[in-house]
Write a protein that binds this ligand. Sequence first.
Ligand SMILES: *Cc1c(COP(=O)(O)O)cnc(C)c1O
Ligand code: SF4
Length: 333
Amino acid sequence: MTSQKIKQCDEMIEDRVAQHYAVGMNDHVRGAMRFHSPDDDPVARQYVPDEAELSSLEDELVDPIGDHDYSPVKGIVHRYPDRVLYKVTSVCPVYCRYCFRKTMVGPGQDVLRKAERSAALDYIRKDANIWEVIMTGGDPLMLSPKRLQQEIADLNAIDHVNVVRIHTRMVAADPERITDEMLQALSSGDKMVYLVMHVNHAQEITPRVQDAISRIRRQGIVALSQSVLLRGVNDDEDALESLFRGLVQCGVKPYMLHHLDRAPGTQHFRVSIARGQELMRALRGRVSGLCLPEYMLDIPGGFGKVPLTPQYCHEHGAGYDVTDYKGEMHYYE
Ligand SMILES: *Cc1c(COP(=O)(O)O)cnc(C)c1O
Ligand code: SF4
């Protein structure tokens, strides 16, 4: 095919995928790609629509981690007693092809309305067990600095809320929107703020992203990361090693490596749990402990997250057989 024909073909796929799911890229993520093709580039693969999205497998779920069943009021997901998700918006700066909330995010669903927001905050106010509020979405950093300041002020006024956590794609996807005004808004309360940035490949840690991270840290916000284990993006030792080293070098502690949730049209991103554990085992002796996140599964149906850490220790007689990082066994009495 001529390159003109290939381009038209790509546009047709994009249009067809866009009828089902939100699609969105910006100049920053395009700039982080070396090639525009999802088959050739770990950043393109995260954002450029692929024909494979148009087919779903039977085990895929519209709500893979059971958000709906654990939502007492709109905008809140309460699964664990001490913490809630507070979903302030359903829009994102870009749209990831493997998104676990693929059928729930996108333009048109938009922010919580005023009355819905008060009801969500009332819910948090009334339950003294809620120690931490995790702002998510969509992407909470799509809100204006003014609106973020209001959210922080309202959460700050609730005595039992001690920690605010922000889950965001913005740092890796649009670092220029992490303005000083936004960072001041986030740190305007006296409760501790943790920012967990979603990033999957070292190629995403561009100089602008590094600059945003250093400004976040200077503002006294603790920086962590979460990544999704994705076929063709980061499912090999070298890719994970560079990603985690890259993050730790900028002052970001890798927090979680998620096993992919089975949202519709994501089968081409699947990696088996056995492979994920093999990768984690290989990394254990190879990189600093600072670089190792926890490999996690969110059990389909809303039963929560569990670590999929490879097992190094098995009961044996009055003690344990312990396997070291090289695979050698030792008896621990
Ligand atoms: C993932 C998740 C959390 C956060 O879990 P941590 O283990 O604290 O990171 C909280 N609530 C819900 C509903 C979640 O899905
Ligand atoms: S940023 Fe998060 S919520 Fe938004 S599309 Fe990507 S994975 Fe989904």
